[in-house]
Design a protein around this ligand. Sequence first.
Ligand code: NAD
Length: 391
Amino acid sequence: MELTKETKIGVIGAGTMGTGIAQVASSFGHQVVLFDAYPEQLKQSKTALQKILNRQVEKGRMKQTEVDQLISRISFTEKLDSVSDCGFIIEAIIEESEAKKDLFKQLESLTHEQTVFASNTSSLSIASISSSLQVPDRFLGVHFFNPAPLMKLVEIIPGISTSDDVTKQTRSLIDSWGKVTVLAKDTPGFIVNRVARPFYGEALRIYEEGIADAATIDWAMKELGGFRMGPFELMDLIGHDVNYKVTESVFREFYYDPRFKPSFAQKRMVEAGRLGKKSGIGFYDYRDGAQNPSPVQDKVLGEKILYRILAMLINEAADAVFMNVATKEDVDSAMKNGVNYPKGLLEWADELGPSKVLDWMSALQVEYREDRYRPNPLLKRIVRNGEQFHG
Ligand SMILES: NC(=O)c1ccc[n+]([C@@H]2O[C@H](COP(=O)([O-])OP(=O)(O)OC[C@H]3O[C@@H](n4cnc5c(N)ncnc54)[C@H](O)[C@@H]3O)[C@@H](O)[C@H]2O)c1
């Protein structure tokens, strides 16, 4: 098996992610077969893609001929056996284990034994999906971020059965698509969806305790922290149904570790149908003429908020390294390229001084006596030895 520029790419599921991934592969010259079980979805996918590319022409970023060629390299199909001569097939269907397993079982019977299979799953384990395959060593996770053509990061997740060669070849194929790849262990949330939990969870906790309102917490994270969006704006944009589901799944998968505990405030938002921007109201009101509260621009309060959330984020980044989920370089790269953090969290810890971060964590632990705030052993070790993460 050799994945090259000539490899024909199969994409299963022509939704948001599948359409984006097909666009990426085609823009790098691959022939792409984009399959969906629903013809209506295929039509929508083609229209959406055409619209995105037309905008590129209007902005002068692409020529019409390039757009035409890009689209002509993608064959939209509702026949699954059209992917039979693809060398690399990536699945982006609904996030349901049984549906994914059924699909891979079918794909295995339709394709060459050398074909590499990948799943774009965000929350299912690679091991569990691989159990449906007779030859699981050619299967792995390849996790793109939304929108796939714009977001640089792709997490590459070998499962326990994946061969080293498949991992290596897949990584270099995705690298050749101009992406930044990181290697993650098959653990809940991989890198980004694990390390980013406190950005939402600790912000919600601060809000629930009544320390500050959503606008003030968002202000602190943006103005003082340099994050592009505040946690509440971001949750409103992602949708509380989606964000809450990820939090709940990570919490469950970590055997109910209190670090990942979901919040009642967000659960109530979901229950009330206040899903965020898409439903017109979430923590903020997006309806015509709505007035939203202004933040309290108090620097002392703002720094208290920022450093509490940041300490929790750094503690989580340290844990990902401590538990061998990824290297420190990949953890930093993942947060910068997958969720646009202004700095890598471990770089940030080095800049602030790891002992300061440990002090913040220890103060939270003393204050609350909750396991949620336990400082990570790697952070403690680094401080004890007078080292830095990127020493
Ligand atoms: N949306 C995101 O932000 C995001 C980011 C990273 C990963 N993911 C993951 O990518 C996958 C797809 O997510 P999405 O947001 O593109 O979903 P989506 O709902 O936009 O698209 C899913 C598509 O799969 C099709 N489909 C469903 N069941 C099918 C089947 N059995 N066979 C073939 N096609 C089928 C649907 O018709 C639909 O077109 C999920 O596993 C999701 O967890 C999503």
